[in-house]
Design a protein around this ligand. Structure first.
Ligand SMILES: NC(=O)c1ccc[n+]([C@@H]2O[C@H](COP(=O)([O-])OP(=O)(O)OC[C@H]3O[C@@H](n4cnc5c(N)ncnc54)[C@H](OP(=O)(O)O)[C@@H]3O)[C@@H](O)[C@H]2O)c1
Length: 227
């Protein structure tokens, strides 16, 4: 790959942050977002203000915000070889009957529409040999009672990834839906409050796997993290 420029959504913590750090170490230019400017500033300072890291607050469910974020990335990087749609929220873990409607809407807006907007606005800047990685979940592959809108949103991410892969095959852009599996993050702790986080793999393992995936010759498709 001649240039190594990446856009990662939801890079302020968890799996997204681990991906940002791993790519920076590998010499990539990285542009990332999350909703909170102060968390992004802290990330940049924690990493000792790297020159090859750009950050901007963005709400992926808001198309104007996404346009602003992608424009900012492009003004600074000029193109993108790797897009990771990582930002998402969990919502509630209750039955469909009890699911709060406003939270349902919010989860679908962020986890589904957000992936669409970021992808749509990045695609004009992506060429032959680029990658799109959409963070999926086991809940998007088999029935997961009481996971509500999150499960439905991840089924959508799986489907979106497959259709995108078909559309982009001739352009030489590979598309992976990646299920990271149980990982030690805030989202996982919210979903499983009684679990000991130290029994789970750290997010750095997922970042390593993602790098292996894009360096592999594997075709577009849906993949699960394996150690
Ligand atoms: N951890 C697991 O075990 C696990 C398992 C399966 C799949 N996954 C998937 O892996 C991905 C990363 O999960 P994680 O566990 O690292 O989650 P996390 O710790 O909750 O981090 C989520 C990141 O996304 C950002 N974000 C959330 N909503 C956003 C929005 N509307 N616009 C922009 N940024 C937003 C968050 O920052 P702000 O809140 O400040 O915006 C944060 O940076 C997600 O797609 C998740 O569904 C995780």
């Amino acid at each position: 790959m001649k240039s190594k420029r990446a856009i990662i959504t939801g890079g302020s913590r968890g799996i997204g942050r681990a991906i940002v750090e791993r790519l920076l170490r590998d010499g990539w230019q990285v542009c990332t977002c999350s909703r909170k400017e102060e968390d992004l500033k802290k990330l940049w300072e924690d990493l000792r203000k790297p020159e090859n890291l750009l950050t901007k607050a963005c709400h992926v469910e808001d198309k104007q915000s996404v346009k602003g974020f992608v424009n900012f990335c492009m003004e600074n990087m000029g193109g993108v070889e790797l897009l990771v749609n990582n930002a998402s929220i969990l919502g509630e873990r209750v039955s469909v009957m009890d699911y709060p409607e406003d939270i349902w809407d919010e989860v679908i807006r962020i986890n589904v529409n957000g992936v669409f907007y970021v992808t749509k606005y990045c695609l004009p800047y992506m060429g032959n040999g680029s990658f799109i990685v959409n963070m999926s979940s086991g809940a998007g592959k088999r029935p997961a009672p009481y996971w509500g809108a999150y499960a439905v949103s991840k089924f959508a991410v799986e489907g979106f990834s497959l259709l995108l892969a078909e559309e982009l095959r001739d352009k030489g852009i590979r598309v992976y839906a990646l299920n990271p599996g149980a990982t030690r993050t805030q989202m996982r702790a919210k979903a499983y409050p009684f679990e000991d986080p130290m029994t789970l793999k750290p997010p750095e393992k997922v970042a390593e796997f993602l790098l292996r995936l894009i360096n592999s010759k594997l075709p577009s498709g849906s993949y699960d993290y394996i150690d």
